[in-house]
Ligand binder design. Sequence first.
Ligand code: APR
Ligand code: ZN
Length: 234
Amino acid sequence: MERIVILTGAGLSAESGLGTFRDKDGLWTRYDLNDVATPEGFARNPALVHEFYNARRANCLAASPNPAHHALARLQRAAPDSVCLVTQNVDDLLERAGAADVVHMHGQLTRALCADCGHRWDAPQVMDPSAPCPACARPATRPDIVWFGEYPYYMDRIEHALIQADMFVAIGTSGNVYPAAGFVQQAAAAGAATLELNLEASTTAGLFEDRRLGPASQIVPAWVDEVLAGKHGR
Ligand code: APR
Ligand code: ZN
């Protein structure tokens, strides 16, 4: 099978009941991202940040993967060496749908990080700002989430995959946040075909060769079926 890099955003999990960020009544219309998604916000008020992520973690635990998550896991199982699943999402719905080795470039709700010594561990369901780090015992626990102004994880691996890709597919992302929003240009420059699957055209829609519009739970399984039937899904 062709080498496919798939980038997913909040739209992949929208039909599982997890909010997006910039749609009507999205998370950033209800919270100031400077308060809950920046290192400065965490330094000012760690309790507010933990409250925000504890609520998102609870929503995630109560949610279930939708047909789009299951379809991507099915595609990856069919050709694990050809499919690279990169996500901006911090939920674990792809893993719960059976996907493996998901590249969480913005971190994960299920992981905790020590702001002092860098130790990482599985997050408890409810994180407490005064909880001591298991490694250094200092009370510097934070969610293992990449905040604005911080550098995303796994960028070397992602850029290597983009150079090698025959196809780049973006699913359910508005194309507003870099470096993820620039992946389509990197893939196209390396000769990959590019496809956007979204409910509506994203900010970077004009950079994609092809686009299919509709809810992820419908258009992603249909696209995966085409790829698995050898129609390349273009
Ligand atoms: N099916 C497919 N796409 C959908 C659906 C759906 N059911 N519902 C919404 N969408 C699309 C919207 O059209 C939009 O393009 O999902 C996208 C959601 O955009 P954003 O809310 O901006 O989410 P995302 O692109 O993932 O944001 C990127 O910004 O705030 C940071 O770190 C955060 O990872 C996030 C990053
Ligand atoms: Zn520590």
